[in-house]
Ligand binder design. Sequence first.
Ligand SMILES: Cc1cc2nc3c(=O)[nH]c(=O)nc-3n(C[C@H](O)[C@H](O)[C@H](O)COP(=O)(O)OP(=O)(O)OC[C@H]3O[C@@H](n4cnc5c(N)ncnc54)[C@H](O)[C@@H]3O)c2cc1C
Length: 330
Amino acid sequence: MIYNTFGIPATADRYLTVTDKEQLLSLIAQGALARPPYFILGGGSNVVFTGHYHGTILHLENKGIRLLTPDSPSDTLLVEAAAGENWDTFVQHCINHGWHGAENLAAIPGTVGASPVQNVGAYGLEAKDIIHSVHAIHAITGHERTFSNAECQFGYRTSIFKQALKDQYIIWSVTFKLSPRFTPLVNYTALADALADAHITNPSARQMADTIAALRWSKLPRPEETGSAGSFFKNPVVSPEHYRQLKTRYPELVAHPTPDGYKLAAGWLIERAGWKGRSLGPCGVYAKQALVLVNLGGCSGSDVLALADAITADVQNLFGITLEKEAIII
Ligand SMILES: Cc1cc2nc3c(=O)[nH]c(=O)nc-3n(C[C@H](O)[C@H](O)[C@H](O)COP(=O)(O)OP(=O)(O)OC[C@H]3O[C@@H](n4cnc5c(N)ncnc54)[C@H](O)[C@@H]3O)c2cc1C
């Protein structure tokens, strides 16, 4: 069984699967994670294994989605989901129960537990916009802690779980703040266009999630068909000065202002560097979206890194920008 969407075969010294909290606390008490390294694996949709993992892989399979505020007259519904739940199963469950707010994140691969780690985002929404709190267990001490939204220190594709507390806490469940009312969030141009093309002016939650899923799979490879880790690189943010220089050279450059400068589309940079649809050995750049590296068959982690390095060097030479990997390399 291959537990990563890139489809890279990998082995580890130990592989532990956990379904309930007592089991996890008992493993921790026995010191199962006391001798690093260990790696917490969700759906394996944001990781690239580069060889045998000399350590313990902890895979969470705890399940459960429940409404914490069944009788609340307020407009906020608190919904708790176990880390081991599949992310899209959670989104669909919420839609089916009339708990709204997560629709734009439909069909993102992976688990609920990983969603706060890189603050998953798509189509104008990020996990941080709907996360109320995160309940986690310290991997060494077993100490339980609930992080408020602010304590998670969310940023673009990052959080405290990827920074100061990297690999320290096992996220056990996430509580989301949702609403009984559906308010369509259509501030993303491609989404607005897709709805207009389908002649949908006032989308229902179901139509919204279905449109987003269709849009997503028209641009990205389905993991069950083609191996990938989704967006391989982060969209870089450059200084206003650097942006102006690039804009003079490339008037068609698209950028979004951020508090730190201008966020550029890494896919555009990679495409302009001539990599879209090209390959290096068994690893390629997806023909429909240059931000995605794909397994063309029999790809190893080293093949992925070789292609990533070649792309990074070309983008650096051409634009003076150092691409940062979004995928986690193990
Ligand atoms: C085709 C495709 C499309 C994608 N589209 C998007 C997109 O639109 N937006 C987006 O943001 N991402 C996207 N991704 C990336 C990926 O779906 C997300 O990063 C997702 O949250 C990863 O979930 P996972 O369970 O697979 O995590 P993994 O890949 O298993 O792990 C990712 C990281 O989270 C940590 N982690 C996982 N579970 C836990 C836990 N319970 N406790 C603590 N740490 C944990 C791991 O240690 C690791 O550091 C896409 C990926 C693919 C393959």
